[in-house]
Design a protein around this ligand. Structure first.
Ligand SMILES: NC(=O)NC(NC(N)=O)C(=O)[O-]
Length: 383
């Protein structure tokens, strides 16, 4: 097993994985703590991402790449086409002549990914879990920015400009191959290439959401903390059972684990999440949902707002409670109209004493300077 230190200090695994020897298939899996995983997975199915085409998917379908759970391996599961693999796997490439039976150096397989929400990519994980002996020798990743909803044909046409995010790089089998990306551009689509062929279990694309300011301007009032609009979690008191980011995902929770649940507190404190809003906003209405949290819904909740971006004072006025501590019901969506709009760049929900909420929605509109900031960033990133 080899782990190499990359110039950008990202651990790189190289070399083949040993054949599966029985027992826990993850026992010899190689992975690391990649710093960029604190960003949002822009290729999350739950945000609307999809693998819209692939040049070949003989052994295993491209859709597996974005399954949220880690890849499974059943050593005895064989189908009509071979070993059933939980990933995207192409057939073995061949040369064209008896004298040249090998693929050419240019031969490769590709898959086109539509990001769930456009953004700047900070890091990519090409996970080859369980691909041992049939993983690609190398991978590369490119990004494109296309307006609207382009077809695979449009994306593959010569007119489309693709930018290299990860140059062709050798990867290891049965490993989480992580790559830091430093391209300051907003992308809508990615192309994952396997050189010359092989299988990849999962693709994760971590980055910052960059919303289209024209769309937000037309909407006027929207959820200013929603992940898809560029809101994000900065910190939370407890991540024992589930990520706090679940509270700003699209849609309602269908099961308890799709929300945010904290462990049972045995002290006199309380749990909380701190968020950064899409930009400076004026919040007028709040929703707190406890969907699917029944014996463990938060007992009470309050919401506070902080304004770090006041262009007149330039001052940080500290936290201001805009929804006082309010009793919550289990498995219920609660709606609150604020008596006065609350202006801020950050929000915090405090739950008492512990338990969970499934969603927080902060409905409002961008302030003038908030909208100008988003428009400038969009321009800068070539949006
Ligand atoms: N044992 C295999 O996985 N073989 C082949 N792949 C599948 N899925 O059967 C191959 O050639 O890569």
């Amino acid at each position: 097993m080899t782990a190499q230190q990359h110039p950008s200090r990202i651990v790189r695994f190289t070399g083949d994985a040993a054949p599966y020897a029985g027992g826990d298939p993850y026992a010899d899996y190689r992975t690391a703590d990649f710093p960029f995983t604190r960003y949002t997975d822009l290729a999350d199915r739950r945000l609307g991402a999809g693998v819209i085409a692939a040049g070949d998917e003989f052994f295993a379908p491209r859709e597996n790449l974005l399954v949220p759970e880690r890849a499974e391996f059943d050593p005895g599961h064989f189908g009509h086409k071979g070993k059933v693999m939980d990933g995207w796997e192409t057939r073995r490439r061949r040369g064209v002549l008896a004298e040249q039976p090998w693929p050419t150096p240019e031969d490769h397989d590709w898959a086109l990914v539509r990001l769930g929400t456009p953004g700047v990519v900070r890091g990519i994980v090409v996970d080859t879990a369980h691909f041992r002996g049939n993983h690609p020798q190398a991978v590369s990743v490119e990004g494109a920015s296309a307006p609207g909803s382009p077809s695979p044909e449009q994306l593959l046409s010569d007119e489309m400009k693709w930018t290299t995010l990860v140059p062709r790089t050798p990867v290891a089998g049965h490993a989480a191959n992580g790559f830091a990306v430093s391209v300051e551009q907003r992308f809508t689509h990615l192309r994952l290439n396997q050189h010359p062929d092989g299988g990849v279990a999962r693709l994760r694309v971590y980055g910052e959401v960059v919303p289209d300011p024209a769309w937000l301007a037309v909407l006027g009032t929207f959820d200013v903390v929603a992940l898809e609009h560029g809101g994000r979690v900065e910190d939370a008191s407890d991540l024992f059972y589930s990520p706090a980011t679940n509270t700003i995902r699209p849609g309602r929770s269908r099961t308890m684990d799709e929300g945010w649940e904290t462990r049972r507190r045995r002290d006199r404190g309380n749990d909380w999440i701190r968020y950064r809003l899409a930009a400076r906003s004026r919040i007028r209405a709040i929703e707190i949902d406890t969907a699917c949290l029944k014996g463990n819904a938060a007992g009470w909740a309050s919401v506070s707002v902080k304004d770090e971006g006041n262009p007149e004072t330039g001052e940080d006025a500290g936290w201001r409670e805009v929804l006082p501590r309010t009793r919550l019901q289990p498995d219920t969506n609660h709606r609150f109209v604020l008596p006065d709009p609350a202006v801020g760049t950050h929000a915090r929900v405090d739950i008492y004493p512990d338990g969970g909420i499934s969603r927080l929605r902060l409905y409002g509109s961008l302030t003038e300077d908030g909208a100008a900031h988003l428009a400038a960033r969009y321009q800068e990133l070539g949006g």
